[in-house]
Design a protein around this ligand. Structure first.
Ligand code: SAH
Length: 504
């Protein structure tokens, strides 16, 4: 090509590029800039997807729930009132009746006694405490058990939301000052002279060998991000030696092992923009929709391989699974706090440290109570849901204004706990109704009712009681489940509420 031809071609290419850019930028303007997004967070997420391509459900969930800029839990004005209770989006069991927290408190005392009633080093930990009601009702109950309260060393609250942290502080500490610490915040309980310590993630709390932690999570795990996968039949692509996978920075070639089996593969369900809403501006079309990834994603190659339960489903094309790796991290952490680590921690040199160091626990102690809605034994499917003003709404709508959650996979939590620590065993899940009946809800309610004369108040108490235990209708007795992690004892001692009796 001579010089003048080069110049002409160069000019042509530049003009075409400019024209293309103008067309694109006009289109961009018509959709992104002039469009009224449902929330500011919707615009942010849309920009991310436009740049990087579809994102896993887990990334979307994480942002809509706990993004510091417009996340559901992190930025709802008024904190608790806007989220929980009649005026909020949903009501939880501790908010329905004080008896719920009282019975969880009694369960804790029973378990503490069954483990020999430690005289010191007892810690209370709640993950995702909401308005703090469950912990407050428990602490009020503990006031009647002096030997237990004198063993209490600290109350730890794991909370991602600064607004809810403030609500919890008011309820649990009253006017005591709250100060910032290197791991979070700290104040003092209004009932006992013990510190109340807030962190944003359980991993920020030190693991200490000689402590007895009682750990509670009520409607926390359902808020942890999930990934969803669908098994697709083998395709010609599977037979190729080279496969393209999607990464945050674009496609990349993956060398497959020479004799890769021609079997079904997992594909991840991703959140993408809905062109009907975003490009064509069609009214009432949702901004975001789910789409099956066209190729493997890093997550679809790794996550479904972590358990035999998922591997067994892979061979049946059409199977879908929901997996929450973050939930497994929490369950593992909880188990290690109770039972110690199965694997001695690695030293800087990469060698295993002696078993007596850091996380190894000589005598497992403490317990965890996980209370949530979810499946008894099956892997959850299609359970991503949105709730706003007590109504089910599309999960991907109005990011940051809708509570997004998914069914808890109790078996996966149990599996992760047992893998993480040889010092623990798991009981349940049992239905919430059964658990509360076993804990004596009827007797406690009758006792409360006998002190209340006002007809309206009696009605409220009775309706709340029914709602907590009923298995059908709007009842929470069957839908909600309770699972416990306790120190390993060869299955000889069943905890109360899980088939065991109250210790005498
Ligand atoms: N346990 C309370 C609140 C349940 S709502 C009740 O049953 O009434 C979920 C709680 O978990 C909220 O307090 C929310 O702010 C917190 N949360 C949600 N995701 C979290 C995360 N990733 N890390 C820490 N806290 C989280």
């Amino acid at each position: 090509m001579n010089c003048s031809t080069q110049r002409i071609v160069g000019q042509f290419l530049r003009q075409t590029a400019q024209r293309r850019f103008k067309i694109r930028s006009r289109r961009w303007k018509s959709t992104f800039e002039t469009r009224e997004w449902s929330t500011p967070l919707a615009r942010t997420l849309a920009n991310v997807i436009k740049t990087t391509g579809p994102v896993p459900i887990a990334a979307f969930m994480r942002q809509v729930l706990t993004s510091p800029e417009g996340g559901y839990y992190t930025t709802k004005p008024e904190g608790g009132e806007e989220v929980f209770g009649k005026k909020g989006d949903f009501v939880t069991s501790p908010e329905i009746s004080q008896v719920f927290g009282e019975l969880v408190g009694i369960w804790t005392i029973a378990e503490w006694m069954a483990q020999g009633g430690k005289k010191s080093g007892v810690q209370l930990m709640e993950i995702g405490p909401g308005k703090g009601t469950l912990m407050d009702d428990m602490l009020r109950t503990f006031r009647n058990f002096k030997p237990f309260t004198s063993s209490l060393e600290a109350i730890y609250l794991v909370e991602a939301s600064p607004t809810l942290r403030e609500v919890q502080k008011q309820l649990l500490c009253g006017n005591a000052v709250m100060e910032e610490t290197d791991i979070g915040h700290r104040s003092t309980s209004k009932y006992f002279n013990v510190p109340v310590i807030w962190v944003e993630d359980i991993r920020l709390l030190p693991h200490e060998e000689d402590k007895t932690p009682f750990i509670f999570a009520h409607e926390f795990f359902d808020a942890l991000p999930i990934h969803a996968f669908e098994s697709v039949p083998p395709s010609p692509e599977n037979e190729q030696q080279e496969q393209e996978i999607m990464t945050p920075t674009g496609g990349t070639k993956l060398q497959r092992p020479p004799k890769a089996a021609n079997t079904p593969q997992w594909r991840e369900l991703m959140v993408t923009l809905n062109p009907k809403a975003v490009d064509e501006n069609i009214k009432d079309e949702p901004e975001f929709k789910l789409t099956l990834a066209k190729a493997s994603t890093p997550s679809s190659l790794v996550i479904p391989e972590i358990s035999e339960r998922y591997r067994a489903l892979k061979s049946q094309p059409g199977s879908t699974i929901e997996v929450s790796p973050e939930s497994r991290i929490y369950a593992s952490d909880i188990a290690r706090r109770i039972g110690g680590s199965s694997q001695p921690p690695r030293t800087a040199a990469g060698r295993n440290a002696p078993a007596s160091s850091a996380m190894a626990k000589r005598i497992p102690s403490g317990a965890a109570l996980i209370m949530d809605y979810g499946t008894m034994s099956t892997v959850p499917i299609n359970s991503l849901r949105g709730i706003q003003n007590h109504k089910i709404v599309p999960a991907l709508s109005s990011p940051g204004l809708v509570d997004v959650s998914a069914d808890v996979d109790f078996t996966s939590l149990a599996e992760a706990a047992l893998e993480a620590s040889e010092g623990v065993e798991v009981h349940g899940p049992v239905e919430q109704g059964h658990f509360l009946q076993a804990m004596g809800i009827a007797e406690r309610m009758q006792q409360l009712l006998s002190t209340v004369k006002d007809e309206e108040k009696r009605k409220i108490l009775e309706t709340g009681w029914q709602r907590l235990v009923e298995r059908g209708g709007g009842g929470m007795g069957k839908l909600y489940k309770v699972m416990t992690i306790i120190p390993e004892n060869g299955g000889r001692r069943r905890p109360v509420g899980f088939g065991g009796g109250v210790p005498v």
